[in-house]
Design a protein around this ligand. Sequence first.
Ligand code: ADP
Length: 700
Amino acid sequence: MPRIANLSSAGRRWTLWGLLVLLLLALLGILVWLAARYEASQVQQQLERDANEAASDIRSALTHNMQSLLALHVSEPSTASWALDTAAVLHEHRELLRVEWRTATLAIKSQVNSPFHAPLFDSLGRDSALSDIGAACANARRFSGPAYSASYFVPQDDGLGTEVLDLCLPLLSAGQLTGYLLATYSLDEVLARMVNPQLTRSQEASFTEADGARLAVHGTARRGNRVFTAQQLLDLPGNTLVLRMDSWRGAPDLFPNVLTALVSALSLALLAVLALLASDMRRRLSAESDLAEALAFRKAMEDSLVTGLRARNLEGRITYVNPAFCSMVGFAAHELLGSDVSPPDREDSVQAYWPPELTATYKKRHATRLAGEHPPPERFEAVFMRKDGTRLPVLIIEAPLINAQGQHTGWMSAILDISEQRRVEEQSRISQERLQATARLATAGEMASMLSHELNQPLAAISSYATGTSNMLQGEAVPVTADLLMAMRRIAEQAERAGKIIKSVHDFVRRRDQARESVAPQALLDDIMPLIHLQAHKLSVQVQTSLDASLPHVLCDRTMVEQVLLNLARNAMQAMDHPGGGERLLLIGVQLLASNPAWMEFSISDQGPGISPDVARQLFTPFFTTKLEGMGLGLSLCRTVVEQHGGQLAFEPNQPRGTRFTFTLPVASPPGHAVGSAIGARKAPQTQSDPEASNIGLNP
Ligand code: ADP
């Protein structure tokens, strides 16, 4: 589902990007187009200005010429002098092709041709243009001023021709028309002479008819194929000419001018920035997806944790809990997060999982933490309350929460549910108590055993004496009463009965013979270590064990052997308990017996004062003790137990000082061997037979 959402959001993102690129392209296209248009309009305006300027140039030059021509008649010239002056004027003004002096009836009085051109009307004759001249001069008479004819074409001998225009000036004398001065202009030359050459350097000037046909052209040959055109009307009395300016541009340039180039460059830069943005976006997206992946990984990690995690801000409000914490206390995350945890009538924060009886303590601890005077310990134990009201002991490991800016924003705590640990501790305490009770029972049993052992001899003596006496009384001639005999027999009977009772007590005590099991040496030590450590701590003794994990199991009565180990360890530690005794080290070792690997040797070494020969002689004697509140039964019990297993208990001086007690136990038969046969086949190392026990016959 989220994947589909991702896809559709990615699709939308790409659509938006596409739209953005399109809009940008459109904008840039319009910008370039506008810039080009602006440039064209600039050119057009310039052209209009040029056309205007050219028209006014021509207008003022024509007026100037007119004045020069009028000046010819200022002083009533003779025909000859007129011709001379006129020739000078024609020499000066190349655009004038011919000047005629005509009478009021338009008859030619005199005429002068331009020295720069072939005589104009040689081939065609002047009369061909008479109607044009007549119209112009009629106009001139009507205006009492200059008038221009319509332009007309005059073919030449060389096959070419020229478009010309006549100017008719009425000559007045004392208000009476005396004649006409007729000047013929070449339109080509008008353009060439009268228009500022600057204007025609890169443009073409022409006179056209209303339908666009060119009458005369001057200017550079056309270049390129883009044409700009401006037209200007040249209003002359009697005639109106159209002056047209054409400007050619080369094939439309990609960057016609600086502005367009600038806009284009900016557009390119914009596109580049867009591309950079897009790549940045792509990097961002990939970083985003990496981040999402890392977040998912972190979430999976948090969800799989069995340790509860809880983050609190500086006010003590919970800002984060992981699923393990929620399942620990039985509240949902939303019930723990934020402010709804604290009841509305209380301003201070009270957590839902605080047991009411401890709330005051916890609040005080929180206040201390806030004050920052005594930073709380990093690890501490506390009690939480589940939603159902049950309590659970927890171990809290707390660390300050520092954000990316290095500011302290709260605390992060890891919370371990230690109820299982507590249960195990309780169980081990109970089993230790049981072990001690068993030890006491075993001691009592041993006492009974010793009592029976001690009592057996006198009882046996009573029995034999009684039997002897009774025999004597029967055999010798001693006066015997039947009652005496009877009494003697009773002694024997009772003594025998006592012996039986004691034997049954003995059997009862020894019934544990059957409780053999295969145990790892390590397991034996593990069971008693808590008790040993307890006493070692009290007596400041250091305890070391040395055994190989790969050692085989031993076959033994677990409780009794543990009792032996305990007794020997206790004796060893007590032996070291005197002031100034130097190092106090208790070493418990287990190894296979070098001389016979079917036996396991346990050793308990101390660094006490050792055992003097005096003490050594009575060491295993029941009730022998050198301690104030000693019973003197420990060692004899130990020996009994070890020997019941077929092993041997011995002691020797320890190096550099103290005593080393050792005892042996049979190694459990490897799988597949019957236990009974293994015991039968096994022979204890240096088996010692107890002469007394065999005498009495109470031992099995
Ligand atoms: P108890 O410990 O009640 O005295 P035991 O039979 O265990 O009885 O010990 C008998 C005596 O043997 C002790 O009183 C002590 O004098 C001596 N003894 C036992 N173990 C050691 C030892 N490791 N070092 C020196 N003396 C010992």
